[in-house]
Design a protein around this ligand. Structure first.
Ligand code: LLP
Length: 417
C-alpha cells in the first residue's frame, strides 16, 4: 500500500488531500485521473532544495504529464519546460510558460517543428545528429535567426532499468556518439546560424543508482573540457531526467538527495548553469487513476477477477513495461482476496495487477490505481473506441475539473464520410 500526505485513508476512506475519492467518483464519474496540486508543489520544492547549492535550472519534462494545469502549476513555481514535439511546445506556451524557459528535444524533429520553436524563441534546441545541426542551421538562416543549440551526447552508459526506457547506450537511437564529437565541434564553425550553448544527455528513466549519473557526467565533463579547448564557451550542462520514484513500497526509490550529493561536487567546478529535466519525479505520485469495479468473477480454477472500467487505454505501463502499480480499494476492508485486476479492453495484456492481494471490495465500489501522474494520461488512447477520462485537480478541500471527459462526438469529429 502506498500512502502519502496527499493520498491517505481517513476512517477507511481513501482521500486526496481533504476530499474522499468515492465522492469525486460520484461527482465526476470514472475512470478519473485525480491529481493533488500540493503534491506537485512539494515535489518541485524537494527537487529544488536538493540542488539548491548548485546554479541550476529545472525544466519539467512535459512528456510525463502534459495537462495544461499541471504544466501551469509547475511553471508558476519558476520551473521551465523540456518539450519533445511541436505539440508539447504548443501546450507549454498555452499553459503560460515563457518561451525562453523552454528547451526543445527530440530525435526526429520535423522542419516545421524546428521553425516553430525558433519563431517562438525557445532557450535552445537539443540536436541529436550532424544532419539535424545542418537542418537547424539552414532553417535559422531562412528565418534570419541565430539558433541556440545543445548537443545531445550519447555517453554510452547502460543504466539498469527497463530496456524500453534506457537511452544513454550506444545501441539506442539517442544522441550523438561521444566518439563523433570532435568532428562535430570542428564542423560547427561552418554552420554560422548556430550558437552552441549546451552539452546535454539523458541516460534513461527510473534509475535507482546514482553511479550511472556519475559515470555519464564524467564523460559529459570531459567533453565540456574538450569544447573549451576547441574555443567554445558553453553556458549550460544538461544532465537530463530519469530520477526515480516509488511505485512499489517494497522498492523504495533512492532519495533525490543521494543524487544531489554525488552530482553537485562534480558539476559545481564547471562554473556553468546545470539543467535538469525531471518528469516522473515531479508528477508520478501526484495522481491516481480512479476506476470502478464493474464485475467480479471466479473461474473454475478458483481464480478471481475484478473487472474494472479503466484499462490499458488509460494506463499502458503494466502491459508495456511490466511495471508495478499499487491498486487500492477506496473504501478499505479488513477482508482480503487475491485477484487479477483487469480492464475492459480486448487484450490479454489489459491488466493493472495479477494475483494481487486486495481488499475484498464489492461491485460498484472504486479502486485507485496509484502513481498515475506520469506516463498514464499522456499515453492514453482511443483504442476500442474508448473515451479519454476526465481529469481533476484537488487542493485541500477544493477540486477543479482540468480536463473534460471526451464525448462520442469527439471520437469521430475528424473523420469524413
Ligand atoms: N529528458 C529526456 C530527453 C527524456 O527523454 C525523458 C524521458 C525525460 C527527460 C524525463 O524522464 P523522467 O524524469 O520522467 O524519467 N513511458 C516511460 C518513460 C519514457 C521516458 C522517456 N523519456 C514510462 O512510463 O516509464
Amino acid at each position: 500500500m502506498l500512502e502519502s500526505n496527499y493520498f491517505h485513508y481517513i476512517d477507511k476512506s481513501l482521500h486526496c488531500d481533504k476530499l474522499a475519492l468515492e465522492e469525486l467518483a460520484g461527482t465526476f464519474g470514472t475512470p478519473l485521473y485525480v491529481t493533488s496540486e500540493q503534491s506537485l508543489v512539494d515535489n518541485y520544492k524537494a527537487f529544488e532544495r536538493a540542488f539548491e547549492t548548485l546554479p541550476h535550472f529545472t525544466c519539467y519534462s512535459v512528456k510525463a504529464n502534459f495537462n495544461l494545469s499541471v504544466i501551469k502549476t509547475l511553471a508558476e513555481l519558476g520551473c521551465g519546460c523540456d518539450v519533445n514535439s511541436g505539440g508539447e511546445l504548443y501546450r507549454s506556451l498555452q499553459a503560460g510558460v515563457a518561451p525562453e524557459k523552454i528547451i526543445f528535444a527530440g530525435v526526429g524533429k520535423k522542419y516545421e517543428e524546428i521553425a516553430y520553436s525558433l519563431t517562438a524563441g525557445v532557450l535552445m534546441l537539443k540536436a541529436e545528429s550532424l544532419s539535424e545541426l545542418r537542418t537547424i542551421n539552414r532553417i535559422a538562416g531562412e528565418l534570419g535567426k541565430i539558433a541556440s543549440v545543445a548537443l545531445r551526447i550519447n555517453p554510452n552508459v547502460t543504466a539498469e532499468t527497463h530496456p524500453y526506457i534506457t537511452t544513454g547506450d550506444s545501441k539506442e537511437k539517442f544522441g550523438i556518439d561521444e566518439a563523433e564529437l570532435t568532428e562535430v565541434f570542428s564542423l560547427l564553425p561552418q554552420l554560422p546560424n548556430l550558437k552552441l550553448v549546451a552539452l546535454d544527455m539523458h541516460i534513461g528513466s527510473q534509475i535507482f543508482d546514482p553511479e550511472y549519473y556519475v559515470a555519464a557526467t564524467e564523460k559529459l565533463l570531459a567533453l565540456f573540457n574538450l569544447s573549451k579547448t576547441m574555443g567554445f564557451a558553453i553556458e549550460f550542462l544538461d544532465i537530463g531526467g530519469g530520477f526515480p520514484v516509488t511505485y512499489d513500497p517494497r522498492k523504495i526509490a533512492t532519495p533525490i538527495e543521494r543524487f544531489a550529493e554525488k552530482l553537485i561536487p562534480m558539476l559545481k567546478p564547471a562554473g556553468v548553469t546545470v539543467i535538469f529535466e525531471p518528469g516522473r519525479y515531479l508528477v508520478a505520485n501526484a495522481s491516481v487513476l480512479l476506476t470502478k469495479i464493474l464485475y467480479k468473477k471466479r473461474n473454475h480454477a478458483g481464480k478471481e477477477f475484478f473487472v474494472v472500467d479503466a484499462g490499458m487505454t488509460e494506463l499502458i505501463r503494466p502491459a508495456l513495461y511490466q511495471s508495478h502499480h499499487e491498486v487500492q480499494a477506496v473504501t478499505s476492508r479488513d477482508e482480503k482476496v487475491i485477484a487479477d485486476i483487469v480492464g475492459p479492453i480486448c487484450e490479454s495484456s489489459d491488466f493493472f495487477a495479477r494475483q494481487r492481494e486486495i481488499d475484498a471490495a464489492d461491485e460498484g465500489e472504486c479502486l485507485a490505481v496509484m502513481s498515475c501522474g506520469a506516463y498514464a494520461a499522456v499515453m492514453s488512447s482511443n483504442y476500442n473506441g474508448r473515451l479519454r477520462p476526465a481529469e481533476v485537480m484537488v487542493n485541500g478541500s477544493d477540486v477543479k475539473l482540468v480536463r473534460k471527459r471526451e464525448t462520442l462526438e469527439q471520437l469521430v469529429q475528424n473523420e469524413l464520410l
